[in-house]
Design a protein around this ligand. Sequence first.
Ligand code: C2O
Ligand code: CU
Ligand code: CU
Length: 507
Amino acid sequence: MSSLTRRQLLALGAAGAGATVVGGAGLWWTTTSGTGDTGGADLIDPEVLVSRDGVLELDLIAAPTRIEVGGREASVQAFNGSLPGPTLHVAPGDTIRVAMHNQLRVWTNLHVHGLHVSPEGNGDNPFVSIAPGESFDYEFVLPADHPPGTYWYHPHRHGHVADQVAAGLYGAIIVEDPEPVPVTRERVMVVSDLTLDASGNLAEADRMQQMMGREGEVVLVNGQVRPQVTAAPGERERWRIVNACPSRYLRLQLDGQQVRLLSRDLGRLPVPEEITEAVIAPGNRIELLVDTAEGSSALVAAPVNRGGMDAMMGEGMMGGTMRGDNEPGNDEPIRLLTLEVSGDPVQTPAPVPEGPALRDLREEPITARHTLDFAMGMAGGMGGDRTMMGGEGGDEATTMMTFTINGQEFDPDRTDISVATATVEQWTLTNSSPMDHPIHLHVWPMQIVEDGDRDLSEPRWQDVVNVPAFGEVQVLIAFDDFPGRTVYHCHILDHEDQGMMGTVEAR
Ligand code: C2O
Ligand code: CU
Ligand code: CU
């Protein structure tokens, strides 16, 4: 295994550029009349399923579905026929029972992203594989002290995760606050992206897109293109935003409104922080408090540079039009939705009470340390540019690309890290590649304790942590409660499917 040379990268870039030209020709939004900028419809809340007497029982059917996207018929895959699937609303201490039915043509399974629940048996077990036509009964038991917050569910069958999430299989999970935050209303906003071909079918990601991490052409909020929400001045809304895109980072901005950050991934901040923007990687969630002021504001996803081939090749090596494709996400700001605030001012809800202090693992003893290096490399020798490109295509280029952690690709039968339950470990996440990797650990959240020059005087908890290109981040993890075996991986789901995933077992 060797790192990519400049020459190999250049060859890959050329292969990718070719593929982009071909792929770009028949795209849905560009070939159908109009721009697809239908916009303006009211934001639709996904169906909410609420637990009763401590239990939420439901069927989730993963199946191909015809739905309307931006005013046109599209063939996607969805849970229970809707995109996103239903929102699961539970309280700490509740049990969620899901009968999951696979009506897809390939294997699948279900993961409850961010929930602190057992990874064993029919719990949040990423090694379960449900064959086409089969069903599986999951049971997730939330501890009584489970942190409130916004979480989500999506398939996690290795090798199919990016395809299935890109196709539309995801939904939100809300864990109630023991102490409610005073707001006028709450909204769930599941942000996703997808690419459809000229006839409204899901476009397949080519090899180059898989290598970079695919970014869909159309960015949706609750399955809608640029919907709108309305409010009166003086209201306070709580927005629960999920980044369900397979690879796209979102730099969220809402001009003209007072915005405070209430939560990152899990729990809530003791005191909401006033912000002007928030960058969330794939898999991350944030909760915002929006104190409405008269006017029209757009929620925008501004460009994020998450690295790419150009980072290693330098300026001028790639032609102008190729640049954007080699640095994904680095294009125009995207308007996600519009907030229209008008009418008579209403009485603002009571101030937000201070929440409980966050746990700080820096005060607890560390029992073990690990370093995990996330790398992109080449498997075997390189025969030069011609082999890289393999004539027609990208295929050989990416079979030769490797996505590794400490030099190894994912092997479900190998245990990479063993930990003792009820201990605190320090993990150093290093990235020796030219792209950012958002690193996610199941079951146990991470406290970021070192991340460039980020101010970490207040404890910062997340379950997806971005490790910048050629950068390093240090986290502390408390392996509380659950013995069992699970995974950590890059949440650019194409990278995960290509091997950037490892296993951890707590005993
Ligand atoms: Cu959101 Cu392992 O996943
Ligand atoms: Cu997860
Ligand atoms: Cu990655």
